[in-house]
Structures are given as structure tokens and as C-alpha cells.
Write a protein that binds this ligand. Structure first.
Ligand SMILES: [Zn+2]
Ligand SMILES: [Zn+2]
Length: 258
């Protein structure tokens, strides 16, 4: 199994050291394990590492990669927020195996944070949905990222259950295909109010029809979540028709049969 999406205590909202996560991954039977801590950004700084922590994050990873090389393949990335005006060259300058691009903010609204859930009552839902997937398309068109993280995160609180693969979603998927990005099947959604994988089965089917490659992530923010529901995510991908997944080394895709 591949699990490219994991966070450690460096982001101040996850719990566990890198080494604890690696040991949990080995125990869970993960073969390729990636860290994707939230990259520093001059916004929402409470929930991410600081700019001066990047070197230490990468150095600690390097030590552990060597120490565990006979037991697990370790890869390193960042989860980078797509928030126009805040994409930082200091992050893009880091040499890593992969970059996950993800959207957690529309304008400056942290729509997946329960603290700001009241905003859903003040806005038109159709407009939120459209704005979200337009942002995904822009992120893909930027060409900066390897993986699109939790593609339909906007559904996290369960508000968009009736929304299918509409023109907004198709626009985002076509932009992802054109950019050559890989789609993450992220199992964390099953433990959120929406109780669905990210993205939904219908979106995964549409992605398969567009021949968009996939990868996997548990989005663990706690050691006990490593690998959780990953087998279920693999089953879902296979049931749709996928037979291959990707991970990245030095930003080059590596193919694995699933
Ligand atoms: Zn996080
Ligand atoms: Zn995320």
C-alpha cells in the first residue's frame, strides 16, 4: 500500500513524531509511506510549521529514511495550500519527492474548520460549490503540484450530498487531466461528518474515464490513523477499474500495480 498524505506534530494540529508515524506505517503494512506536513505560509500560521522549520523537517526525514530503508520506502513532500497571493517561493524552492496541492480556504474562509462552519448558513451553496471547483481548476492550471489532495473537501460537513459530477466538477477534472496531476484517493473523509471517501465514488469514476492517475493517502493527523481505511480506498479504486497507482521520487512518478 501507498500512503502519501500524513502530518506530524509540527503543524500544531497533529500528534506524533515522524518516527512514531513510520513505525505505525510498518505495523499497518504500508510499503511506501510519505510525509506531507502543511507547508509554511504567511496566513493561518497557527496550523502549520514555520518557514525556518523546513530544513529541520527535511533533515529529520533524511535520517529516518536511512535508518528504516530496509523496512519501508519513505518519501517526502509538503501539502501546500492553493491560496492565490500566498504561494511562497521559499516553499517551492525546497527539493522534495512530491507536492500535494490542496484547498482549505475560499478567499480567506477556512471552510473545513468547524470554527467557521457558521459561514455555510450565510452563503449560497451553489456558489460555494462552483467557487471551490473553479479554485481546484486554477490550482491544476498553475502547474505547481504533483498531487491533488482531497479533491472534494468542500463536502466535509455533509452539505453537498445531492451534488453530482456536474459542470463545475468536470471543469476541475479536465484541468487536472491537462496538467498531468495525480488524483489522491483520501480515506479521511470516511471519518468526517460526510462519511465518504475524498473524492466520491462518482468523481473517481469520472476520473477513471479521463485516465487521470491516482495515489492514496490516509491524511493521518494521529499515529492511530495511519493506514486507516486505506484497504477500503484500494477496493474502491479497483472496483472503478484502476489497476495502477503512483507515488513520487524526486517528483518523478513511480508506477505500482494495485
Ligand atoms: Zn492538517
Ligand atoms: Zn488537507
Amino acid at each position: 500500500m501507498i500512503d502519501l498524505h500524513n502530518h506530524t506534530s509540527r503543524c500544531h494540529h497533529a500528534h506524533g513524531t515522524m518516527e512514531q508515524f513510520i513505525q505505525a506505517a510498518i505495523a499497518a503494512g504500508v510499503r511506501v509511506y510519505g510525509f506531507s506536513d502543511h507547508a509554511p505560509m504567511a496566513f493561518d500560521e497557527r496550523y502549520r510549521m514555520a518557514f525556518d522549520q523546513m530544513a529541520e523537517y527535511e533533515a529529520e526525514f533524511g535520517r529516518l529514511k536511512a535508518r528504516y530503508s530496509d523496512r519501508i520506502e519513505l518519501v517526502l513532500g509538503y501539502e501546500i495550500d492553493w491560496l492565490p497571493g500566498y504561494i511562497d517561493d521559499r516553499v517551492l524552492a525546497r527539493r522534495v519527492d512530491y507536492r500535494i496541492g490542496a484547498i482549505h480556504f475560499l478567499d480567506h474562509w477556512g471552510f473545513d474548520n468547524p470554527e467557521f462552519i457558521g459561514e455555510y448558513a450565510r452563503r449560497d451553496h451553489q456558489s460555494i460549490w462552483r467557487a471551490y471547483f473553479e479554485a481546484v481548476a486554477q490550482m491544476a492550471q498553475s502547474g505547481l503540484f504533483d498531487v491533488v489532495g482531497h479533491l472534494d473537501l468542500i463536502k466535509v460537513f455533509g452539505y453537498f450530498k445531492a451534488y453530482g459530477v456536474d459542470a463545475a466538477v468536470m471543469g476541475a477534472l479536465e484541468a487536472i487531466r491537462d496538467s498531468g496531476m495525480t488524483l489522491e484517493i483520501n480515506s479521511a473523509g470516511w471519518r468526517k461528518p460526510v462519511e465518504e471517501c475524498y473524492p466520491s465514488e462518482a468523481i473517481i469514476k469520472a476520473a477513471f474515464d479521463l485516465q487521470i492517475p491516482i495515489t492514496f493517502g490516509s491524511d493521518a493527523h494521529d499515529v492511530c490513523r495511519v493506514g486507516q481505511d486505506l484497504a477500503r480506498a484500494y477496493d474502491l479504486a479497483r472496483s472503478v477499474g484502476y489497476r495502477q497507482a503512483r507515488y513520487f521520487v524526486d517528483r518523478q512518478p513511480q508506477l505500482v500495480k494495485i
